[in-house]
Design a protein around this ligand. Structure first.
Ligand code: IMP
Length: 174
């Protein structure tokens, strides 16, 4: 047998995968994908992944207004991408990057519970409990943070700063 010859070296693969990752990060609307991918590597269970997309109705203020006073959505959340897999009888963990007013997760929880999973849990990297409008809690919370607008590690401000490796505070003006 002849020796296999390297076609694409590991360094070239690593570089290209990093480039692809950066592109997916830019293109993918869901913010939680970075947290989810890191988390998934540390959960040693037989698991599958599914993605759900939501957007909120209401007049979202300009990014600078949003930064100044936060954004209080009307609570009307709209599904932009439904799940693909059946969840009945499964153990479901909803992974979110940040739990803020709780409006989004309250909507999603109701929606997902209708699929009758065996268990339903919420994992959120960050939690701003002082902003809460709905009585909902994360079952697995990474860090409890004060009411600051944060960016990085997948979180954006007007689509910027998602790629920062750290969670950073974006100072509010005035
Ligand atoms: P909730 O419905 O108010 O809990 O909204 C949660 C969503 O608001 C998150 O998934 C984020 O998309 C967004 N969000 C809340 N706080 C921040 C923040 O500090 N930085 C970036 N996005 C945020």
């Amino acid at each position: 047998m002849m020796e296999p010859k390297v076609l694409i070296g590991r360094e070239q693969i690593a570089t290209r995968v990093a480039e692809m990752g950066a592109q997916i990060t830019r293109d993918f609307a869901g913010r939680s994908i970075i947290f989810l991918s890191d988390l998934a590597r540390h959960v040693h269970l037989d698991s599958t992944f599914d993605f759900i997309g939501v957007s909120s109705y209401g007049n979202r203020p300009s990014p600078s207004e949003e930064l100044k006073s936060g954004w209080d959505s009307t609570g009307e959340v709209r599904l932009t991408k439904d799940v693909d897999q059946a969840m009945k009888g499964k153990n479901v963990i909803l992974v979110e990057d940040i739990l803020d007013t709780g409006l989004t997760l309250t909507y999603l929880k109701k929606l997902l519970l209708a699929h009758q999973p065996a268990a339903f849990k919420i994992a959120a990297l960050l939690d701003k409990p002082t902003r809460r409008k709905m009585p909902i809690q994360g079952d697995y919370v990474g860090f409890t943070i004060p009411d600051e607008f944060v960016v990085g590690y997948g979180l954006d401000y007007a689509e910027r700063y998602r790629g920062l490796p750290d969670v950073c505070v974006l100072p509010r003006e005035g």
